[in-house]
Design a protein around this ligand. Structure first.
Ligand SMILES: N[C@@H](CCC(=O)N[C@@H](CS)C(=O)NCC(=O)O)C(=O)O
Length: 416
């Protein structure tokens, strides 16, 4: 029985096995008429890979999932395969670079890519950390490749196959020349590899991306792939054709309506309040605060106090203010459903950070808790507006009454 690879169109994870097979003289066939999102959801497929992802390799002894494991299996199908080097230490180094390619390079590329194309939440500080971790890895790789043509020894090994397939996503979709030119030895290595005939057969003519994709405004629309479509059965290995890196990802489901849009209508119109807040320049208490309480609808909205849990860290004023600024930026996703006021108070460090938030609904919206990681940095308590003291505290926070609870206000930021 031949080795059968379950995957639809090819992508970097599928190329690993196909290229390893080509170097090893091992026959691997692609299963005919595979349909992403359909074939990988069948009970038969789930038996082969409980997570329902591709690729899966069907072998005479049972299925194997995970693209690196599949590539290893293919390579080991040939005895004394030079893809594993020629000594125990070569073998260890091949494994070392496979892990490095996966855990230091690929993880960071994928974590950079998915939010950009709308398949994960885009958080600027998370992206910054990801790119910095990626650069650290590429820098180490660059240093190694300054004096080595290949990752291990003097010819292509499985480590080069896995590394090049992972870099392929980066070069074709994320890292334009101005990014990679910082790593000239990685560039030289990548272009040498993709031009080896056994790579070129599957990758075709590789073109470096001109730009990092702009952040998707909305999650990507369902692709054609979601619609069942007949494909010609594949007889041979696929023709060289650069495929989008995540081509095989299942099309994302259309974004469900925000549950807050399904709440019963409220007499309070958030935009009216935000307008009143912004336009009131004098007599704030009489105009804006009075207007707020006239509008406030405790059945359609709720008010929350928050206190930063780690005030002892707030020893530098601009760092503290930036922290609050970052929080408000990350709350952008709740603009339609929230209003907030954040105060930094105190005459001496450490400063106190506390806030007041108005949210649509009687609880803090779940998507805000799930998607804005700052939320867990604060203690939250619902304001009881039947308690006059708490109601007055709400008013004072909106108005930025100074001193606030006996402390000067160092900075006040409004989310509207
Ligand atoms: N770690 C896995 C990743 C596999 C993977 O993410 N496959 C994607 C296609 S590239 C998939 O099947 N996505 C469908 C899904 O997430 O359900 C491997 O290397 O094989």
């Amino acid at each position: 029985m031949a080795l059968v690879l379950h995957a639809g169109k090819t992508n970097k994870n599928v190329y690993k096995a196909l290229i390893a097979a080509e170097y090893s003289g091992v026959k691997v066939e692609l299963v005919p008429e595979f349909e992403m999102g359909v074939s990988n959801k069948t009970p038969e497929f789930i038996k082969m890979n409980p997570i329902g992802k591709v690729p899966v390799l069907q072998t005479p002894d049972g299925p194997v999932f995970e693209s690196n494991a599949i590539a290893r299996y293919v390579a080991r199908s040939k005895a004394d395969n030079p893809l594993y080097g020629s000594s125990l230490i070569d073998y260890a180094h091949v494994e070392q670079w496979i892990d490095f390619a996966s855990l230091e390079v690929d993880v960071n590329l994928v974590n950079w890519f998915r939010p950009r194309i709308g398949r994960a939440v885009y958080l600027p500080p998370a992206e910054e950390a990801t790119i910095s971790a990626l650069k650290r890895a590429l820098d180490a790789l660059n240093t190694h490749l300054a004096s080595n043509t290949f990752l291990v020894g003097h010819s292509v090994t499985l480590a080069d196959i896995v590394m090049t397939c992972n870099l392929y996503l980066g070069f074709t979709h994320l890292m334009p020349k101005k990014f990679t030119s910082e790593f000239p030895h990685v560039e030289r290595y990548f272009w040498t590899m993709v031009n080896q005939p056994n790579f070129k057969k599957f990758l075709g003519e590789v073109k470096q991306t001109d730009a990092t994709p702009a952040v998707a405004k909305k999650p990507a629309q369902p692709k054609e792939a979601a619609k069942p479509k007949k494909e010609e059965p594949k007889k041979e290995a696929p023709k060289p054709k650069p495929a989008p890196a995540e081509e095989e990802e299942e099309a994302p489901k259309p974004k469900p309506k925000n549950p807050l849009d399904l709440l019963p209508p409220s007499k309070m119109v958030l935009d009216d309040w935000k307008r009143l807040y912004s336009n009131t320049k004098t007599n704030f208490r009489e105009v804006a605060i009075k207007g707020f309480w006239d509008m406030y609808d405790p059945e359609g909205y709720s008010l929350w106090f928050c206190d930063y849990k780690y005030n002892e860290e707030n020893t530098v004023t601009f760092v503290t203010m930036n922290k609050v600024g970052g929080f408000l930026q990350r709350m952008d996703l709740a603009r339609k459903y929230a209003f907030g006021k954040m105060l930094v108070t105190g005459s001496n460090p450490p400063y106190k950070v506390q806030g007041l938030w108005l949210f649509r609904g009687t609880e803090i919206p779940k998507f805000v808790l799930d998607e804005c990681y700052d939320m867990e940095l604060y203690e939250w308590r619902k304001a009881d507006i039947n308690d006059e003291a708490q109601k007055e505290r709400v008013s004072q926070m909106i108005e930025e009454v100074e001193p606030f609870e006996g402390e000067p206000i160092l900075d006040a930021k409004c989310f509207k």
